[in-house]
Design a protein around this ligand. Sequence first.
Ligand code: M6R
Length: 615
Amino acid sequence: MCGIVGYIGPREAYPIIIEGLKRLEYRGYDSAGIALFDGSELKVCKTKGKVVDLEAKLYKEISSNGSIGIGHTRWATHGVPNDVNSHPHYSNSGNLVIIHNGIIENYDALRKELIKRGYVFKSDTDTEVLVNLIEEVKKQEDVKLGKAVQIALNQVVGAYAIAVFDKTQPNEIVIARLGSPLAIGVGKDEFFIASDASPFLEYTKNAIYLEDEEMAIIRLNKDIKIRKIKDDSLVDPYVQALKMNLDQIEKGGFEHFMLKEIYEQPRAITDTYRGRLNREEAIIKMSSVEDNMKKFLAADRIIIVACGTSWHAGLVAEYIFEDLARIPVEVEYASEFRYRNPIITEKDVVIAISQSGETADTLAAIKLAKSKGAFVFGVCNVVGSSIARETHAGAYTHAGPEIGVASTKAFTTQITVLSLIALRLARAKGTISSSDFRQHLLEFEMIPKKVEKALEADEHIKKIANIYKDVHNFLYLGRGYNFPVALEGALKLKEISYIHAEGYPAAEMKHGPIALIDENMPIVVIATKKGHYEKVVSNIQEIKSRKGKIIGIVTEGDVDVRALADHVIEVPETLEFLSPLLTTIPLQLLSYHIAVLLGKNVDQPRNLAKSVTVE
Ligand code: M6R
């Protein structure tokens, strides 16, 4: 939930760390801080607010620079966001500084013990406890920083990615991870440390991803030593060549990352099915599915675990798998699944969906499913992420980096991957005829063009956004495949505009939400031609007679809904199972424009973080 950056090498550390923190702000942005060592003095500067606020403060407070440093952008867990609780945190002696992403669950007991030994705490954070624990171990055991970190971490319960610097051993930074990501960029005579590779991409494409329960001692002009935290065994560093480039993580002329990512969807969907869908030969080929075909075909059921938008993609997949492949599917919030003693057997296939691949609840659900013997398949966007590595097999979404906190292209590419898997299984099971299969592939290939067409409604949607931007509530209704899209539309609006919104199956409206409808209530109804169209038109009639304001998402050329609705937004016609890939687009744009018109921070909405690595 927090972003970590570090540098050790011949360059000035400050610009590398500041620019790196800006790229990691999607991970948390309620406060930021930096520690720089200039060869003699260790300077720390931190502040509530964003990295730009840190820059302004730094300008006043720190004149000298240095070529070793660590920086942090925070999403608060323990302690409100303020200057004192911001990272880095000093140890009591002032020799050690630490930055931390994660939660130390037994921090209270450790804190009490340290207080008994005379330690004083300035902040409310678990992190300050950890840095003082390391200091205490160093003193008691008379060991170097690396060893002290290792001993201290063996006393800690919780999750962490940390970077620690000790001014009495100024040629090294010690890092460690358990449950929170950490990458090392390997340059010539220099090393970069970061929560993901984006801060060091312009300097090096060589990266080492630390595994859980590993730590590394990174020394100036020396090799990296990676060890297992528990048993001290040495690990051979595996240096990967990254394929990502800088353009992919910049705004490319768009006002916001979210808008850029909405517009990237035709390309992202194409990238996701490219090489997997072959229309000429009428095949879908995904090696991870082929390799595990027996497990998929023998499965009693598929259990999908995910959170947030990924959970909505899972709901869409439930309709697709059951409809096309006739495999029973259950979709679970990962956070609930892990705590309710679920019945999982070796005959279950669990699919975990996650854009970041780092979501703590999803990761825990995977571990639980694996412990019960289930085969676990991951659908992730971030290559090499924890979930991608923890699952038995998986398929990447190839959406490219998603920086906007509100998930957009991750959703449509997740649906793309899951649809491909469902179609492949349907073919293998014989639940789809070869002519239908061919027709489905043909239509699939037309989706990117149709998404482009749906994006053409942008200006029209902006006008609708302007009419409704000041309301306090929204309802979203959809049926079948488009019920999860209604949930997703409501989530998008809530998280970036802070307008209360709820999604419902259209027919459920009469069982309660209808009471909310009056002339002030806008209701977005997904009413595309395929999929219970007449029933949805009846629901629209019911809204109309209660004076609700209707924004219909309709198929091109629609007449019936147009006659009833206050506004319609057209999307091209497609097969029903592919329709969420189109109906989602106007809902993303509607929430985007409302949030912009309200002056909200679209890419970094309050209280949220892109990657939720805490429970
Ligand atoms: O990285 P994940 O897909 O596992 O993240 C899950 C949710 O935290 C995420 O989808 C969240 O709901 C987004 N802010 C939605 O836009």
